[in-house]
Design a protein around this ligand. Structure first.
Ligand SMILES: N[C@@H](CCC(=O)N[C@@H](CS)C(=O)NCC(=O)O)C(=O)O
Length: 287
């Protein structure tokens, strides 16, 4: 097994926030072959010892910045003593033809998979980046307790959180999502992305489909927590939480699905419920 290089990270910015530090850092990633930025909120408790860590995966068109500036998670993370890592959503700065042609594929739309198809396979390795390389970088540079890791995300990032947790139950002790894409096999965003990154054989897509993974692998961690706005414009076409309900019920996996009347797909919805997700993870990671 090759060693993950974690040597150099560069500080882009650091701001004091609720007595903790909201930082943005960059490093050259082996997995994506480019410079990647990521955010780290370190709560004040990190000054005295390692703290549990949550990875937040953002949705389409986002960078490491959206969650940091819009979700308002730092106050409660500081109270609970949990670090939050916010990766970018795709490689950037590469000269791949077609990479910036649409908002739902390529730039800002890595879908947290390891691509197998040219010209994406070399750089679009967001699964390995988020689930292996970034945790190694975090362990090398920040006072976090990797034994207490959870993951959550929004939309494409909700899909990423569910899929990475289901694929790596030993690494993630808790998982939650806001308005997740629950089955890329069954929605236009997913079909476009997985066809592009993984090719036309839909059987290979099942490794990155939360509903398929729930049925093939199950989940023995705490019940999956999902918040979904009932006024989300993507609800019926892309998100389809009923597919997750059906998969969980068939597989005997616990699901706490909270339909939120009146809420849409935006970060206003996330900001409204992020506190309960943070408390859910903190409780699970304290066990
Ligand atoms: N309406 C958007 C779709 C993309 C979108 O809604 N992105 C969500 C995640 S799937 C988001 O978080 N956008 C960034 C933001 O609201 O800060 C577009 O057409 O560009």
């Amino acid at each position: 097994m090759s060693t993950i290089q974690t040597n150099t990270i560069t500080t882009v910015s650091q701001n004091l926030c609720f007595e903790g530090t909201q930082g943005v850092y960059s490093h050259v990633s082996e997995q994506t072959g480019c410079t990647m930025r990521f955010g780290v909120f370190l709560p004040p408790q990190a000054k005295v010892g390692p703290v549990p860590v949550l990875y937040w995966l953002s949705g389409l068109t986002c960078t490491e910045e959206n969650f940091i500036t819009k979700a308002g998670a730092q106050r409660v993370a500081a109270e609970l003593g949990v670090a939050i890592v916010t990766p970018d959503t795709s490689p950037r700065g590469l000269d791949i033809p077609g990479m910036a042609d649409s908002y739902d594929f390529g730039l800002g739309a890595g879908f947290y998979v390891n691509a197998t198809q040219a010209p994406w396979a070399q750089n679009f390795r967001m699964d390995a980046y988020v689930s292996q390389e970034l945790p190694a970088v975090m362990a090398a540079h920040f006072p976090i307790d990797a034994q207490r890791t959870g993951i959550f995300g929004h939309s494409m990032g909700g899909h990423g959180a569910l899929v990475l947790a289901l694929r790596n139950p030993q690494r993630y002790r808790s998982v939650s999502a806001f308005a997740p894409i629950v089955s890329p096999l069954h929605c236009p965003w997913g079909e476009k992305a997985l066809a592009g990154y993984l090719g036309p054989d839909r059987d290979t897509w099942k490794d990155y489909d939360a509903c398929a993974l729930i049925e093939s692998r199950g989940w023995t961690g705490p019940a999956l927590l999902v918040d979904q706005g009932a006024n989300d414009t993507f609800l019926q076409t892309q998100l389809k939480p009923e597919l997750l309900q059906q998969a969980c019920s068939r597989a005997g996996v616990g699901l706490d699905l909270r339909m939120r009347a009146g809420y849409d797909h935006s970060y206003f919805f996330i900001a409204s419920f992020v506190e309960s997700h943070l408390r859910f993870h903190a409780q699970q990671l304290a066990l």
